[in-house]
Design a protein around this ligand. Structure first.
Ligand code: IPE
Length: 259
């Protein structure tokens, strides 16, 4: 672990590590282990954020959590994602890392679904001492709504700004953002977004947080306030996570320079 190195933030989408067509928490344990093995070969400072997939979206939908406050539904949904988080953390630790679960429900406050505050002091100390914090999409407290559903896609740019991250990757189950012919769009900037917006689909399965469109939208917002380039790439393909971690630019780059 080189302390002087920049911070990398990697999100692993719920569609990569769960069967998203299931309506109640079906984990792809082989995929979690494969990805953990790839991550274990990286020695830089790293934060992992994972999605909820079938451990969060169907539950949030069942209790209509994006429409109304439901304390029981919130707890059931959080508990379910926490189970997925345990699989991820255990696999990372078995692969040789020292990873620590960080549940947003206890350290993050939103206002109308947008993060207004996150207690990140612990994360800073973890990074300094070689731990890998593992956050996830979650149910969080909301000053207006009582609770809201927070996507990992929003956590990633927030942490990137707070901690000054150097590299951001969003591992999805597709080869980045695809155009109408199924080809990977190389670069998305706020100037070409209007033209390609129509191709960017929502998720085929239950997704309460916006699918691919939501990811691009969050990362473009980050470009407006920083010069960080983010990559959306296919984490379901063997070796791609390690390629990203090792500095390869794969999938779709999202930035404000167009390169
Ligand atoms: C969703 O998180 C959180 C809940 C539904 C509780 P994400 O938006 O990060 O999950 P994925 O990657 O789409 O599955």
């Amino acid at each position: 672990m080189k302390a002087e190195e920049g911070i990398t933030i990697l999100k692993i989408g719920g569609s990569v590590i769960t069967d998203k067509s299931s309506d109640d928490g079906s984990a792809k344990l082989d995929e979690i282990e494969r990805i953990a093995a790839e991550i274990s070969r990286f020695s830089g400072r790293l934060i992992i954020v994972h999605g909820a997939g079938s451990f969060g979206h169907p539950q949030a939908k069942r209790y209509a959590l994006t429409e109304k406050f439901d304390a029981k539904g919130a707890i059931i949904t959080h508990d379910s994602v926490k189970n997925l988080n345990r699989f991820v953390v255990n696999s990372l630790n078995k692969a040789g890392l020292n990873s620590v679960p960080v549940h947003p429900i206890g350290n993050t406050v939103c206002e109308n679904g947008r993060i207004v505050r996150m207690f990140i002091e612990g994360i800073r100390i973890m990074l300094k001492n070689g731990f890998v914090p593992v956050l996830h999409g979650d149910v969080v407290m909301d000053t207006v709504l009582g609770i809201s559903i927070l996507s990992g896609d929003q956590i990633v740019p927030f942490l990137a700004m707070q901690l000054g991250a150097e590299r951001i990757g969003i591992g999805s189950a597709k080869d980045g953002v695809l155009d109408n012919e199924g080809k990977t769009i190389e670069t998305i900037t706020s100037s070409n977004f209007r033209d390609i917006e129509k191709y960017i689909g929502a998720s085929e399965n239950t997704d309460v947080t916006g699918g691919m469109f939501g990811k691009v939208d969050e990362l473009l917002k980050l470009c407006e306030i920083s010069s960080i380039t983010s990559y959306i790439f296919n984490a379901s393909k063997n070796g791609n996570v390690l390629k990203f971690l090792n500095g390869e630019n794969i999938g779709t780059a999202i930035n404000n320079t167009g390169k």
